[in-house]
Design a protein around this ligand. Structure first.
Ligand code: GLC
Ligand code: CA
Length: 512
């Protein structure tokens, strides 16, 4: 098992939005390469790059037209190689986005499968037998091609599902077993994509909709056939590319059992991440609700169970946000963000910071959708570098999404301000790197009850969090010699009776 993941700190980059090097209004690879020193200065030692492949961009690049080609929008093949080379020179690893389950409707293999007569690609996508067949539980698209039958899609109508076969074959006229020849051919193709980019220097993949491969597979927590495929891929990596890592978009401990090195804990309703920072439902709120309507116990229980289920075999990937999720700002203030990041990134797991979250870039409400981002568009606006034209992102007159001009929320201004979120994030990552307790498997909840302070231990470190707008006191079970070694806001104080008093909206790390 590759072990660089243990101490990895990821920075997620949506390439459209990071840095435009040639003034066409879209971010590109050369732009990212220019900013590698900034990324390094943040303390990140790994990058997750959202899809960079040739695509018609009907879903922000998650509709791949050519898996072996860099999108001309993002630059040349040489720009890609330069980006990887320059990242590696700085000790930064790069994982790419692998979209295994569906292609673009413009992928040549799909277009070939859509021809009216049987050919070598006929069974590589999922088609019903008749044009009036709309099987329950599937999204099937009709009337766009001359092949008799409808094709199944994974997400949008532009993203036809590749055929990895079915676990339960309920309609044998069009469903094939997941071990059928056609399904195995898709699997072999997937491995060829993986090998291609690893040979090119990539350090692994974030795997899009990782649980989507085999249809009629059992429930989320089982998915035996999809898991079998990933274990097969993992075996190939262990043998041929032992340093490569796979991080899944699955959000279920089953992903680790299926061979992923790490799995995202996403913002799914009621799960621990959601309960910690994003939960909202009729009168109930997440733990970080400043008015105290959240519940630390609900988070602690779910997180502990999840962690215990994966800890010996893999990692939870912990996110500040991602390209599908609303950013935490402006829903939280910069001080709240400091306390939230301290909590997220001192929990056991691999940190993933979404670009712009280090400066508190805001989710932009009510933006017209671009490239089928819909509500997600507001989390994809260009990085705010400074106060020049287009926030320093591009010299174009029109950029792919509008830029925000903000005197405080830009990297240049925050670099100069010692109390900025940016400098706080740097200090937090530095602190994490200096304390191996934080990358260990030592984790114990000390106190978690309603909106009272959340307290947990990582080896001889104790983290105490107060989400409220008022000070709170708690028994954090500290030793007599405990000292505050890191804090978001003023540090909590140890009282003479051994309890600690935490300032409003704060997080303190004590060393016992
Ligand atoms: C994943 C991606 C998302 C994309 C979808 C379809 O959820 O993160 O951006 O739209 O898969 O590929
Ligand atoms: Ca560009």
């Amino acid at each position: 098992m590759s072990n660089w993941l243990k101490t990895a700190i990821f920075y997620e980059i949506y390439p459209n939005s990071y840095m435009d090097s040639n003034g066409d209004g879209y971010g590109d690879l050369k732009g990212i390469t220019e900013k590698l020193d900034y990324i390094k200065s943040l303390g990140a030692n790994a990058i997750w790059l959202n899809p960079h492949y040739d695509s018609p961009f009907m879903d922000g690049g998650y509709d791949v037209r050519d898996y072996f080609k860099v999108s001309p929008r993002f630059g040349t093949e040489a720009d890609f190689d330069e980006f990887i080379g320059e990242a590696h020179k700085r000790g930064i690893r790069v994982i790419l986005d692998l979209v295994p389950g569906h292609t673009s409707e413009q992928h040549p293999d799909f277009l070939r499968s859509a021809e009216p007569t049987r050919n070598e690609m006929y069974d590589r996508f999922i088609w019903t037998t008749h044009e009036w067949q709309f099987p329950e539980g599937f999204k099937a698209i009709s009337g766009r091609h001359n092949r008799k039958g409808n094709y199944v899609v994974n997400f949008y109508s532009t993203q036809p599902s590749l055929n990895y076969g079915f676990y339960n074959v309920t309609e044998p006229d069009w469903q094939m077993p997941y071990t059928s020849e056609a399904a195995m051919a898709t699997r072999a193709w997937l491995k060829s994509v993986i090998r291609f980019w690893l040979d090119r220097g990539a350090d692994g993949f974030r795997v899009d909709m990782a649980d989507s491969l085999v249809k009629n597979d059992l429930s989320q927590s089982e998915k035996p056939a999809t898991s079998e495929i990933w274990r097969d891929v993992r075996a190939m990596l262990d043998k041929e590319y032992p340093e490569a890592v796979l991080v899944s978009e699955w959000s279920n401990p089953q992903a680790i059992r299926a061979g992923f090195h790490a799995d995202f804990m996403l913002d799914h309703h009621g799960n621990p991440y959601n309960r910690l920072v994003r939960y909202e439902e009729a009168g109930q709120h997440s733990y970080f609700d400043i008015e105290g309507r959240g519940d630390a116990a609900a988070f602690a229980k779910g997180f502990t169970e999840w962690f215990n289920a994966v800890k010996d075999k893999g990692y939870i990937a912990v996110i500040s946000c991602n390209h599908d999720t609303p950013r935490l700002a402006p829903f939280y203030s910069p001080q709240q963000l400091k306390a939230i990041y301290t909590t997220l990134f001192t929990l056991p797991g691999v940190p993933f910071m979404y670009y712009g979250d280090e400066i508190g870039m805001k989710y932009v409400k009510d933006l017209p959708s671009v490239e089928c981002g819909f509500a997600r568009t507001g989390s994809r606006t260009p990085m705010q570098w400074n106060r020049q034209k287009n926030a320093g992102f591009s010299t174009a007159d029109k950029t792919f999404l509008p830029t925000e001009d903000d005197a405080v929320v830009n990297a240049e201004a925050q670099a100069k301000d010692k109390n900025s979120l940016l400098n706080f994030v740097k200090a937090l990552f530095e602190f994490r790197k200096a304390h191996e307790q934080l990358t260990s498997n030592d984790f114990e909840i000390v106190y978690a009850k309603g909106a009272e302070p959340l307290v947990y231990k990582r080896g001889n470190l104790t983290v105490a969090v107060n989400p409220l707008g008022a000070a709170q006191t708690v028994n954090a079970a500290l030793t007599k010699s405990a000292k505050a070694v890191f804090s978001a806001g003023d540090a909590a104080k140890i009282n003479s009776d051994g309890t600690v008093t935490l300032p409003p909206v704060s997080a303190t790390v004590f060393q016992n």
